[in-house]
Design a protein around this ligand. Structure first.
Ligand code: GLN
Length: 220
């Protein structure tokens, strides 16, 4: 993304937790707008795909003709994407499980991997890449099954990657908008997010030598 491009932040608001993301950006002095239609996507530099229910979000994205438009803008280097929980699931690689994935983040995420709603939890975890720790809220959260070389793990819960980045991409298996600390939202807005990724070795995660469907960044 060109460095001089004006910051314009949107939060997909078809289903799921959009208001708390908008409040997190507010804390940073950034006015984010809800996105429900193609015109509202126009001109955005950053888009959050929030947590919620990934199948429902997928269907609504198709219904409102937004899915391919988001993928195209990302591929053109116009739009950075931040997926949280259901949004992170959608950003990942399609391994044949519903719902269909965007195939942008070089990782495979399994839905509902901790169990049912009642198995939701929160805990304070270190985020070494951001130099902070955060209360991370996991609600029927996914687990990262595989990380390819196009993605980098930024934080772990034990052996489970919980925060990943790709070029122009950020994905959290938890809900950073509920932590009361906008550090991850600030990280999402840093231009350096568009730097290409050299994957850091993963613990407990099988690393692919050749990443399937690896996203090629325009201009590289
Ligand atoms: N379990 C949900 C799904 O599969 C995600 C939950 C969430 O976003 N908090 O889509």
């Amino acid at each position: 993304m060109p460095e001089d491009r004006a910051l314009a932040v949107g939060v997909l608001a078809l289903q799921g937790a959009s208001a708390a993301h908008i409040a997190a950006f507010d804390e940073l002095g950034v006015r984010a707008r809800p996105v429900r239609s193609r015109p509202e996507l126009e001109g955005l530099s950053h888009l959050v795909i929030p947590g919620g229910e990934s199948t429902t979000i997928h269907h609504l994205l198709e219904l409102f003709d937004l899915r391919q438009a988001i993928i195209d803008r990302y591929n053109d280097g116009q739009l950075a994407l931040f997926g949280t929980c259901a949004g992170a699931i959608l950003l990942g690689i399609d391994a044949g499980e519903a719902p269909p994935r965007f195939g942008l983040l070089d990782a495979i995420l399994n839905r509902n991997a901790y169990g049912r709603q009642i198995d939701s939890f929160s805990k304070i975890l270190p985020l070494p890449a951001l130099g902070t720790e955060l209360r991370c809220v996991f609600i029927r959260a996914p687990k990262v099954r595989r990380v390819g070389s196009g993605a980098q793990v930024l934080a772990w819960d034990g052996d489970d990657p919980i925060l990943l980045r790709g070029s122009g991409l950020l994905a959290a298996t938890f809900h950073p908008e509920l932590s009361g600390d906008p550090s991850i939202h600030a990280y999402f807005l840093e231009p350096a997010l568009w730097n290409s990724v050299r994957s850091c070795p993963a613990r407990g995660v099988s690393i692919e030598t050749e990443a399937p469907n690896r996203h090629v960044i325009a201009g590289q």
